[in-house]
Ligand binder design. Structure first.
Ligand code: COA
Length: 259
């Protein structure tokens, strides 16, 4: 399906979704957000796709935030309606397949929140992260206080939220905001290699693993361990779970089908 402000390409079971507004540093306007949600829904339903990469066009930015020009044009009530709908951050977090952000240049505000909603983050050395909403008299509204605090801890999250400072890729890696740090010209390929490795595994198990680890952020330990046991048994009962164990015993490569 042709989109106005994003690109979707697929190759070898991995899709690449590109936010394509480089002239505005890929800022998230209503069109980008709607198209990203639509694209994620389509890729979720496509059995040929096993993992997805999310990247910004050009080398200046992953995404430099929500589109501030749209903020300026909206009444508070209009803004309330916008954020009451299904949000791109939630669509990314609930996406049932591995979703990897590839980050070069600015990754700010809503861009940082979008990266936080992905499963893994691969940063090039040019990446710059921040929650600059405070500079606008605002606060993060797409997970930049909640998901960020869970990923990097209270102190570092608060520091970004109240200073509005940008941090570089080395710092982001040091505090755990990104899981991989590479040279810019290796960022996309590195993410693709990670995605390709995961396409070898059972889609059922990948989905359950994501659900289980996400639950760790929301549940007390005893409830989380109970859920983990249930998800383990679901994987155990899946065709892929049987196939994986059988293939190990028969000393051959497993053939996972996603059932
Ligand atoms: N919303 C809308 N437009 C944005 C944008 C955003 N979040 N971020 C960048 N742009 C636009 C700029 O307005 C400019 O458009 P123009 O050429 O039509 O004037 C274009 O993208 C290039 O940005 P520019 O500011 O000229 O680049 P720079 O290299 O001088 O500065 C930043 C880069 C990221 C420091 C600066 O663009 C910035 O502070 N952006 C806003 C970041 C922000 O506050 N994000 C959170 C919003 S809640």
């Amino acid at each position: 399906m042709p989109y106005e402000s994003i690109l979707v390409e697929t190759s070898d079971a991995v899709a690449t979704v590109t936010v394509n507004r480089p002239e505005k540093l890929n800022a998230l306007n209503a069109t980008v957000r709607r198209e990203l949600v639509e694209a994620l829904d389509g890729l979720a339903a496509d059995d040929d796709i096993r993992a997805v990469l999310l990247i910004g066009a050009g080398d200046k930015a992953f995404v430099a935030g929500a589109d501030v020009a749209e903020f300026a044009a909206r009444t508070p009530l209009e803004q309330r309606d916008v954020i009451a709908g299904r949000r791109v951050y939630d669509a990314a977090a609930a996406f049932p397949k591995p979703l990897i952000a590839v980050i070069r240049g600015y990754c700010l505000g809503g861009g940082c929140e979008l990266a936080l909603a992905c499963d893994l983050r691969v940063a090039g050395r040019s990446a710059r992260f921040g929650q600059p909403e405070i500079r606008l008299g605002l606060v993060p509204g797409g997970g930049g206080t909640q998901r960020l605090a869970r990923l990097v801890g209270y102190g570092q999250a608060l520091r970004l939220a109240v200073t509005g400072d940008f941090i570089d890729a080395e710092d982001a890696y040091r505090i755990g905001l990104v899981e991989f740090l590479v040279d810019d010209d290796r960022a996309y390929e590195t993410a693709r290699e990670i995605a390709r490795r995961m396409t070898r595994w059972s889609p059922v198990a990948l989905r359950l693993a994501k659900e289980a680890v996400q639950a760790a952020l929301e549940t007390p330990l005893s409830a989380g361990l109970r859920l983990e046991r249930e998800l383990f048994l679901t994987a155990f009962a899946s065709e892929d779970g049987r196939e994986g164990v059988r293939a190990f015993m028969e000393k051959r490569e497993p053939r996972f089908t996603g059932r």
